[in-house]
Design a protein around this ligand. Structure first.
Ligand SMILES: Nc1ncnc2c1ncn2[C@@H]1O[C@H](COP(=O)(O)OP(=O)(O)OP(=O)(O)O)[C@@H](O)[C@H]1O
Length: 236
């Protein structure tokens, strides 16, 4: 397993991390270095602990024990989860809610982001009536406006059609271009191969394998990863 931080310009180091829920260990990471300087995909079976890892990296949850440190020191992250609730107001108002945390965000910036995510024609429509794909774009727009060092995306294109998936993938690439590091989860292996440069494979709350995308797909080292890839490819 590649575990050296030397090869990464920016990375996140987890040490002796344990996360429990109702007394059950749901994440157990004795030591891991996750690169932040390249688009990283966190994959693994349902219930493996991927979302929990994203929440942990965001600081939304704290580990029961252990530490998480960013090589650059404290950073600003933005987490985009599934099914983010919308308030009963326009898409624009929902996007502009990021001002609650950062009043310096201007109307011009908000308009530019609405344009970037392709929602200009829906800016005044009620956000709670948006489709799943439009809603996801809105959430990504909020994340863009937060100008994070690290953006964490939980299954960003789950249930989206191919065209919307492509649009959302382009928004994700733009995060990188605009200087945000990206870690996302996905069950879509073709997407992972399109977008990611590095894989973190989680199974039963443990990082079983990690490394560059190509070797992971062509020659997975652990039985767990081999089994997962085999099953997912059958499901595709
Ligand atoms: N708030 C919670 N309370 C109780 N258990 C939780 C909670 N959040 C997660 N879990 C449990 O932790 C485990 C890991 O969940 P997590 O959502 O991180 O998995 P995942 O890999 O993202 O799964 P999926 O691919 O299905 O989204 C699961 O067994 C889940 O039931």
């Amino acid at each position: 397993m590649v575990n050296s931080s030397v090869e990464f310009k920016r990375f996140i180091e987890l040490k002796e991390v344990i996360v429990k829920s109702d007394g059950r260990i749901i994440l157990n990471i004795p030591h891991a270095v996750i690169p932040a300087d390249r688009i990283c995909a966190c994959i693994g079976p349902n219930g493996a602990g991927k979302t929990t890892l994203l929440k942990l990296l965001d600081g939304l949850i704290k580990p029961d024990s252990g530490s998480i440190a960013y090589s650059t020191g404290p950073i600003k992250s933005a987490l985009v989860l599934h099914h983010t609730p919308m308030i009963k107001a326009s898409a624009r108002v929902n996007i502009a809610m990021v001002r609650d945390a950062d009043a310096s965000i201007s109307s011009t910036e908000i308009d530019a982001v609405i344009e970037q995510i392709g929602l200009r024609h829906l800016a005044n429509s009620p956000a709670h009536k948006l489709s799943a794909g439009e809603r996801q774009k809105l959430c990504l727009g909020r994340a863009i406006l937060q100008n994070p060092n690290l953006v964490l995306l939980d299954e960003p294109t789950a249930n989206l059609d191919p065209n919307t998936t492509e649009q959302v993938e382009e928004i994700i690439r733009q995060f990188k271009v605009q200087g945000s590091d990206v870690i996302f989860t996905s069950h879509q292996l073709a997407q992972v191969q399109r977008l990611a440069e590095y894989i973190v494979f989680i199974d039963h709350g443990e990082i079983k394998e990690k490394g560059p995308v190509g070797p992971f797909f062509s020659d997975p080292q652990t039985q767990a990863a081999q089994r997962y890839l085999h099953q997912e490819l059958l499901a595709d």
